[in-house]
Design a protein around this ligand. Structure first.
Ligand SMILES: *Cc1c(COP(=O)(O)O)cnc(C)c1O
Length: 385
């Protein structure tokens, strides 16, 4: 049905009406006083969202561009880096580092399992000469629905003293607690089409004073993504290059909504929806791909048995206009993923669960009593509000 599309993928995520209306405005000049005022407000809002006093810079880029900026501005060719790799995105950051000639050591875990912080500790403690210049972690690994234990890994990085903590927070910022200042994270990168509730096109990089120190001596080539340029202009509530001004209007509207809801409430909502989704999937007799202790608040991956993941996705799209994500790389066809990130209400979860249950009946799945999923999700919602 036209105009009924419901995105339950981990980006792009649904966009609220207030944000859509902001996008529909006439663009204004990006060197105008009006635009500077908006930049001042969104910068304040971004600091609030990152729980930081550090610079939070706005780039015209997807999340990958923000992460690439977060890596290349602070390192030099041949620098040794530890990269956590337990999914598609962790792999990507290792590849970016290799493309720039860094000396990459991957710390891996099987897809669907969290990284083991002990492996980072061992490497960091053994590095008495402080050759490790950065540790790069994907906090919420979107490809598998795993939340990595950033807090613990970061403690070992702090104990090391020299290495920067560079974080892909693309699907954890605005869903889980990422207190940049309290944890002393050095670089936190994210993208607009995830927890921000706005369309794709903006990338964000928050930078600590320690990372700026590293910037001063870092030697990898940089131009468009040279964060020093963005910092200089941000001090004047401006940007070095033409920003997508309508996306900045959208960001302003979205940040106002987020501030009205409050950080604690936003985190609680994601947590509740994760719990409801997982309870429902378990009640349907379908295996969850990530364990409870390592489950991302942004996305739930399901590895169905006795029914084809792609068939479920196809029925949801055709019959219900609900888009679920599939598996990536070797998980293609093996899992489907339910996004509950950003502008998602409890009602959306009930709708998606009801649709999945109907699709299961449609394909003759006999692993559960119809209604068990809705009952389980309803129980979570009834007891938490
Ligand atoms: C979406 C996503 C990204 C960025 O992807 P882009 O397509 O470049 O926006 C990075 N990391 C994670 C964990 C993501 O989910």
């Amino acid at each position: 049905m036209d105009d009924k599309l419901m995105l339950m993928i981990p980006g792009p995520t649904p966009v609220p009406e207030q944000v859509l209306l902001a996008l529909a405005k006439h663009p204004i000049g990006h060197r105008s006083g009006e635009f500077s005022q908006i930049m001042a407000e969104v910068t304040e809002g971004l600091k609030w969202l990152h729980q930081t006093q550090n610079d939070v810079l706005v780039l015209t880029a997807s999340g990958t561009g923000a992460m690439e900026a977060g890596i290349i501005n602070f390192l030099s060719p041949g620098d040794r880096v530890l990269v956590g790799s337990n999914g598609k995105f962790g792999d990507r950051w290792a590849k970016v580092c290799e493309a720039y000639g860094l000396n990459v050591e991957r710390i891996t875990a099987e897809w669907g399992k969290p990284l083991d912080p002990e492996q980072f500790r061992t490497q960091l403690e053994a590095d008495t000469e402080q050759q490790i210049k950065a540790v790069i972690i994907t906090h919420s690994e979107t490809s598998t629905g795993v939340l990595n234990d950033l807090e613990t890994v970061n403690r070992y990085v702090k104990a090391h003293g020299k290495a920067l903590m560079i974080v892909d927070a693309v699907t954890s910022l605005g869903a889980a607690n990422v207190p940049m200042d309290e944890w002393q994270l050095d670089v936190v990168a994210s993208g607009s089409q995830k927890g921000f509730m706005i369309p794709p096109g903006l990338g964000f990089v928050a930078v600590s004073p320690k990372a700026w120190d590293a910037y001063a001596s870092a030697k990898l080539p940089r131009f468009y993504l040279d964060l020093g340029k963005y910092r200089k202009e941000a001090a004047k509530n401006s940007t070095p290059f033409t920003p997508p001004v309508n996306l900045v209007f959208a960001l302003q509207a979205a940040l106002r909504m987020m501030r009205a809801e409050g950080l604690e409430n936003i985190f609680a909502r994601h947590q509740r929806q994760k719990n409801a989704t997982r309870a429902a999937i378990a009640a349907m007799g379908l295996p969850l791909f990530a364990a409870d202790q390592a489950a991302s608040p942004a996305i739930t991956a399901v590895a169905p048995v006795g029914v084809e993941a792609e068939q479920i996705r196809s029925i949801l799209k055709k019959r219900f206009d609900i888009i679920l994500a599939g598996g990536q790389d070797h998980l293609k066809g093996k899992i489907f993923r339910i996004g509950h990130l950003g502008f998602v209400s409890d009602r959306d979860i009930l709708t998606a669960i009801g649709a999945i249950e109907t699709a299961l009946q449609d394909v003759g799945y006999e692993g559960c009593t119809p209604g068990a999923g809705i009952a389980a999700a309803g129980k979570v919602f009834a007891n938490q509000h």
